[in-house]
Write a protein that binds this ligand. Sequence first.
Ligand SMILES: Nc1ncnc2c1ncn2[C@@H]1O[C@H](COP(=O)(O)OP(=O)(O)OP(=O)(O)O)[C@@H](O)[C@H]1O
Length: 223
Amino acid sequence: MVRGRQVVIELTDLTFAYSVADPIFAGLDHRFEPGTSTALVGRSGSGKSTLLYLIGLMLSPTSGNIAIDGIAADALADWQRAEMRARLMGFVFQDALLDPARSIIDNVLEGALYNDVAGGDTREEALALLSRFGVTVDSERRPGQLSGGQAQRVALCRALLGEPAIVLADEPTGNLDDMSADIVWDALLGYAAAGATVVIATHDRQRAALCTSIVEVGHADPA
Ligand SMILES: Nc1ncnc2c1ncn2[C@@H]1O[C@H](COP(=O)(O)OP(=O)(O)OP(=O)(O)O)[C@@H](O)[C@H]1O
C-alpha cells in the first residue's frame, strides 16, 4: 500500500532542450494517474531518461509545467524540490548504485535517513522487503559480492521503503537476467496496482506492453 494520499503527476506543454536550438521534446502533455504504471519508450537518445529526471525534479523544463500533487514545480525552491522528492518519490536506476561502504540493510535504509523515518519499524520494513524480494544473504554484509540481480533487488527495496506515492525507474531491468528482471518488473507493476504512480523508462517493448499505458518519447524510429 502507498503511504499518504495518492499523487497525480501532470505535464503541460513540456519542452526540454539541453541546447536551445535543439529541443529533445516539445509541447508534451501527459497526466500520470495513481494506480497506474506508465512505460516511457522511444529510440535511444529520444529523451526517456531526461523526462524521468524532469518528473523527478532533478532537471527543470525549458518551458511548460510539471505539477506534482497539484503543486507547480517551478514555484518551488531547491530545498522544497528535495523535500518533495524525499517525501513522495522512490527511484530505481539501471545500475543498482549501492554504496559499497555501507551494509545491505543500510543501503535500503538510505532514503529513509533523509526522510526522517529511519526508526525501528522502518528497519523491520526494510528487512521484510529484502525477504519479500528474495535477498537472502546476511543484510549486515556489504553489497560487494551481490550479483547484479540481487543488487538491483536491494535497490528496489530502497526505492519502495516508506511506500512512496511515486516510483520512477530508469531502465531498471536493462542489466538483469530474466528471473531478476521478472521479479523487479512484477514488483513495480504490483506497486502501481496498489495505488502508486509508477513511471518506467524502458527499451523493452514486451514488458512495456504490460504497463497500464505507454508514452512514446521523441520521434518514432525511422522505418
Ligand atoms: N547532460 C547532458 N547534456 C547534454 N546533452 C545530454 C545530456 N544528457 C543527455 N543528453 C542528450 O539528450 C538526449 C536524450 O538523452 P536521454 O538519456 O534522455 O535519452 P534516452 O531516451 O533515455 O536514451 P537511452 O535509451 O539511450 O538511455 C541524447 O541525445 C543525449 O545525448
